[in-house]
Design a protein. Sequence first.
Length: 126
Amino acid sequence: MEHVRANLKRFREERGLSQEDVSKLLEISVDNLRRYEQGQRQPGIGILQRLVTIYGHTTNHFFDEDPPPYDPKLIRAYTLIRMPNLSIPPEIDEEAERLIESLNRRVREHDERIEKRRPRPRNKKS
């Protein structure tokens, strides 16, 4: 749960919001928000769901050790994927598909760069 504590503060600062701003949006006291960020209390699922909307990160990102930076296009694509029954206008669906393909390509390129850096086992001649 250490990651949740750290990410609560990180995401708030990433969006340029004060504790007062966020506590008003959540309709909780600043002291409660401060306790969440300091790890003295754990936010419930209702609070986390509202923070997803405020911070633009997925719920999983709160638990990640090294979550990705805020990316509104990625969050929108993720939301579209997670809501398969949602009626999506074709132009938005196409944009989401292009974005997902672009992200997949970037991940493959990253993996290839990592693979090239790995030391290869040497063949021993008999």
